[in-house]
Design a binder for this molecule. Structure first.
Ligand code: SF4
Length: 218
């Protein structure tokens, strides 16, 4: 899918690097350095990072990114976007961060894969957030290595989607998070309803909002 948009250089196109707490998903509350890639292959209608969507020329080299990350006392790095797997430089960056002793998390829409990532993927917390605009397609390699599935609960998400056969192993292992879209009350109501319907089928999923937004932090 949209392979032509995958960058072919190890120079990195970065939107921003900043410190915060992880506000979403199973690792919520973890003090983290966020490295946000610039450029995404999808266009979700409610995307909260519109400035990170267009692809641009590289703005950092890898050593600059490492220097910025190492200047923080936090030892967890969240690589986000945009879409991190739309950049081949992702592999070398992750490799270096792991060598430097950081724990690494990648937040991805799940549609792409970067060659070489098999070497490091088992040591990375991959959070996959399947998207309606991609018909909830998830690349087989992401399905293999992802540690959690985080579904944004919007008008397109349904019980049928959550019960797709490739997602059932995550349901069985309680590695599914439902995140109400933009913390809207209607989305929360729908998330709780889906949570109940899944419980009736024997699956426990977590409903977790975007906590950093409640706290009023980045
Ligand atoms: S995949 Fe993520 S970054 Fe890309 S458009 Fe959707 S929400 Fe925005």
């Amino acid at each position: 899918m949209l392979r032509d948009q995958v960058r072919t250089t190890n120079a990195l196109s970065i939107n921003e690097i900043y410190e915060s707490i992880q506000g979403e998903g199973l690792l919520i509350g973890t003090p983290s350095v966020f490295v946000r890639f610039q450029g995404c292959n999808l266009r979700c209608p409610w995307c909260d990072q519109p400035s990170a969507l267009s692809f641009r020329e590289a703005s950092y080299d890898q050593e600059e990114v490492l220097k910025r990350v190492k200047s923080s006392p936090f030892r967890h790095v969240v690589i986000t976007g945009g879409e991190p797997f739309a950049h081949t430089g992702l592999f070398q960056l992750v490799k270096r961060l792991l060598e430097e002793g950081f724990s690494v998390q990648i937040e991805t829409n799940g549609t792409l894969w970067v060659e070489g990532m098999e070497e490091v993927a088992e040591r990375v917390h991959i959070t996959c957030s399947p998207k309606a605009v991609a018909d909830f397609f998830v690349h087989p390699k992401i399905l293999k290595f992802a540690r959690e599935l985080k579904f944004v609960v919007d008008s397109a998400l349904s019980l049928e989607v959550l019960l797709k056969k490739e997602f059932v192993p995550f349901l069985k292992d309680q590695r599914v998070v439902l995140q109400p879209e933009s913390n809207r009350p209607e989305a929360l109501e729908k998330a709780l309803s889906l949570q109940r319907e899944l419980a009736e089928r024997g699956f426990t999923v977590r409903v977790i909002p975007q906590v950093h937004k409640f706290l009023g932090i980045k």
